[in-house]
Design a binder for this molecule. Structure first.
Ligand code: PLP
Length: 424
């Protein structure tokens, strides 16, 4: 019955250090968020002890009466929030959900067509070292060289040429909404399934602030931990449950996974309850306006004159892609620089990037975690200015006043305490 602090002071210290880091920095990695304390509680619960292979009411283990309730609630809430008639809440992660979808819809050797990784796609959409690139024959579409937007004529052309079994729409680094109707028409034209991976923008969809792929796609996958702000995990949805439900269920278990993580499933149920609330919608609205404020500030003349711009000229979603191709500052330099003023972002290759993948010419900056922390438009204006001044001065070879910028960051973190009262 020892506490963590007594049993394992080293790991206790890691948790303490990480909590402090999260409190003291501005978290702007677009795929990260802060879960509610209720999610921490569900995830750190005795449900972690339970084996529950199978599905609610059809388990291969006894004693599942309580975890069945948790999983059924998670499914009900997922359908309430996203629509459709099928949900599987068991995938341990986004990548697991995606593996299960390909397992259900395609055979090894079949062709899949997705957005290429270096234009903003995800590893599981056909990257050559990933299972998706090893098991399937991969065709890829990209963005237009001038506009940096996905060109649906190119998608159609590639689909006609490659005759994919599955067309994948979805991204990890792309600042615009997708035309799901157009993807559907192309999939129908070539006789392919349409799978949408909405991992990044699912929170916006849940709040009704982004078009929903659910009516258009055969299958939709998502993570729960990005814009939704729930536990790290994945989920599969469909509006074609009658035809595809059994296949998808069997692809998750026993196809990909053994026992589901019931503590995480309970935490997912909590996150999906939150996702139906008015407070959640307000948070997603602040997420979007924060990203627009950031894109706007980074497009001002003082920043453009330093060779820095915003890919596609703005954003429709929760992130901004900063283009450093014409700047002396690389993605790596920019990431490191912002780290020194306590802002956490990640460098990201831009399409047609001339710099190597570990260096890159881009930054991906997201607003979901700060919106969850309570940031208003005014706060985002201040963050946007700190980022812009730091990048501008560094790109122009001027001395960056890191102490002053750090003080401005500290004022913001102090104004929005994270997990007040929480101790590890
Ligand atoms: N799909 C997309 C579009 C993603 O961006 C990500 C994560 O970065 C994933 C899937 C994978 O999620 P996970 O890291 O939970 O496996």
């Amino acid at each position: 019955n020892q506490s963590l602090q007594e049993l394992d002071p080293e790991i206790y210290q890691v948790l303490e250090g990480e909590l402090q880091r999260q409190r003291d920095t501005l978290e702007m990695i677009a795929s990260e968020n802060f879960v509610p304390r209720a999610v921490l509680q569900a995830q750190g619960s005795v449900l972690t002890n339970k084996y529950a292979e199978g599905y609610p009411g059809r388990r291969y283990y006894g004693g599942c009466e309580w975890v069945d309730i948790a999983e059924s609630l998670a499914i009900e809430r997922a359908l309430e929030v996203f629509g459709g008639d099928y949900a599987n809440v068991q995938p341990h992660s986004g990548a697991q959900a995606n593996a299960a979808v390909l397992h259900a819809l395609a055979q090894p050797g079949d062709t899949i067509l997705g957005l290429s990784l270096d234009h903003g796609g995800h590893l599981t959409h056909g990257m050559k070292l990933n299972f998706s690139g090893r098991l399937y024959n991969v065709a890829a579409y990209g963005v237009d060289k001038e506009t940096y937007r996905i060109d649906m004529d190119d998608v159609r052309q590639k689909a006609i040429e490659s005759k994919p079994k599955v067309i994948i729409a979805g991204w990890s680094a792309y600042p615009r909404t997708l035309d799901f109707q157009a993807f559907r028409e192309i999939a129908d034209e070539v006789g392919a399934y349409l799978w949408v991976d909405m991992a990044h923008f699912a929170g916006l969809v849940a709040a009704g602030l982004h078009p929903s792929p659910v009516p258009f796609a055969d299958v939709v996958t998502t993570t729960i931990h990005k814009t939704i702000g729930g536990p790290r995990s994945g989920m599969i949805l469909s509006s074609r449950g009658e035809t595809l439900g059994r296949k998808l269920n069997s692809a998750v278990f026993p196809g990909q996974q053994g026992g589901p993580l019931m503590h995480v499933i309970a935490a997912k149920a909590v996150a999906l309850k939150v996702a139906a609330s008015a407070e959640f919608k307000d948070r997603q609205m602040r997420t979007l306006s924060g990203a627009r404020i950031l894109a706007d500030r980074l497009s001002q003349p003082d920043v453009s004159e330093a060779g820095i711009s915003v890919l596609t000229g703005g954003t429709d979603v929760h992130l901004v892609l900063v283009d450093l191709q014409n700047s002396a500052l690389s993605g790596k330099d920019a990431e490191d620089l912002l780290h020194t003023v306590n802002i956490t972002v990640n460098r990201n290759a831009v399409p047609f990037d001339p710099r190597p993948p570990m260096v890159t010419s881009g930054l991906r900056i997201g607003t979901p975690a700060l919106a969850t922390r309570g940031f208003s438009d005014d706060d985002f204006r201040e963050v946007a200015d700190v980022i812009s001044v730091a990048l501008r001065d560094a790109a122009l070879g001027r001395e960056v006043d890191t102490e002053a910028l750090k003080d401005r960051v500290a004022a913001l973190t102090a104004a929005h305490p994270l997990y007040p009262g929480l101790e590890q």
